[in-house]
Design a protein around this ligand. Structure first.
Ligand SMILES: [Zn+2]
Length: 306
């Protein structure tokens, strides 16, 4: 089922009531049809705005339990509007913009919602990159290139993996790593790239064991310094990432939340050629329905300058 609104008009028609949002979530959570968690019966009736009751045993299942909407006091319509807003902005939404569009009384609510939605932007168990993949690292949080293998104060090291599609860029993966040691880099590559793929890196020793790990490792550049001499495709992605962080978030983001910003950027980047914004909306609601809830307490505010 890939049923999603194509335009704002369609969106407003599709989701004009709480029931329509609830039923949409129901279809996303049980794409192959409902199955009662207790007795496996296949029929359920809606009860109220978020519950479904098994016709056979009477067991009640909430359509928002176990999703990022769990425990929300706001309407699903408002959430769906937030998701539409977030996915229809080419460069993403910031909290102030979301607060204004939804008419939320609290900036903090808008800010928290954006964080919850970001956590839904990475599909659990997503495919790894394959074919030919360029891998390099960059520092986020400072312009000065640092020496590899040593920590640089206030900076975060991010591994960037980019699929090579002739002269174009395919999908990407971004992963924060504690350092540029072999175990850190090997872990990041393993998570991002399908074994058997060609992995191209520079001459840094941290990548030396990739061929033992089942990759076809090609060293395409002898140097091993970081920050200035990125592989060209990685360099293009990093330039876009930094511009996006500066433009959308005015360069003020929390380093402790950086993983989620990286996920949001990846989500947008990998779908940049998608013609339909509605399809992004569909993906994000779908993923929001399978990603577990995020207690607001775990999202703490705090910013640093990039
Ligand atoms: Zn049942």
């Amino acid at each position: 089922m890939e049923d999603y609104p194509r335009t704002l008009m369609e969106f407003e028609t599709c989701f004009s009531t709480e029931e329509s949002c609830r039923d949409y979530l129901f279809r996303l959570r049980w794409p192959d049809g409902f199955s009662c968690p207790r007795c496996s019966h296949e029929k359920a009736w809606p009860i109220g705005t978020t519950l479904f009751q098994c016709v056979k045993c009477g067991y009640r299942t909430s359509v928002i339990a176990g999703t990022i909407f769990q425990d929300t006091k706001k309407s699903l319509r408002l959430w769906f509007h937030a998701i539409w807003h977030v996915t229809s902005q080419k460069y993403g939404a910031n909290a102030l913009g979301l607060q204004r569009v939804l008419g939320l009384g609290s900036y903090h609510t808008a800010w928290t919602w954006l964080h919850k939605l970001r956590r839904a932007m990475v599909r659990p168990g997503r495919d790894r990159l394959s074919g030919t993949v360029d891998v390099d690292e960059t520092y986020i949080g400072g312009e000065k290139p640092g020496k590899r293998g040593r920590g640089a104060a206030g900076k975060v090291l991010v591994v960037v993996a980019v699929e090579v599609k002739d002269s174009r860029i395919g999908r990407i993966r971004l992963r924060r790593v504690p350092d540029a040691s072999a175990p850190s880099l090997e872990g990041a590559v393993k998570e991002a790239v399908e074994p058997g793929s060609i992995v191209r890196t520079d001459g840094w020793g941290g990548y030396a064991r990739l061929s033992e790990m089942g990759y076809v490792h090609e060293v395409v550049r002898k140097e091993a310094d970081i920050g200035r001499n990125l592989l060209p495709r990685v360099n293009r992605v990093v330039a876009l990432l930094k511009r996006w962080l500066l433009g959308t978030y005015q360069g003020r983001i929390s380093i402790s939340h950086l993983d989620y910003y990286l996920d949001e950027f990846t989500f947008r980047f990998n779908r940049r050629t998608s013609r339909s914004r509605g399809k992004l909306f569909y993906r994000l609601v779908q993923q929001a329905a399978v990603v577990g809830p995020v207690p607001a307490k775990r999202i703490q505010q705090g910013t640093v300058n990039l």
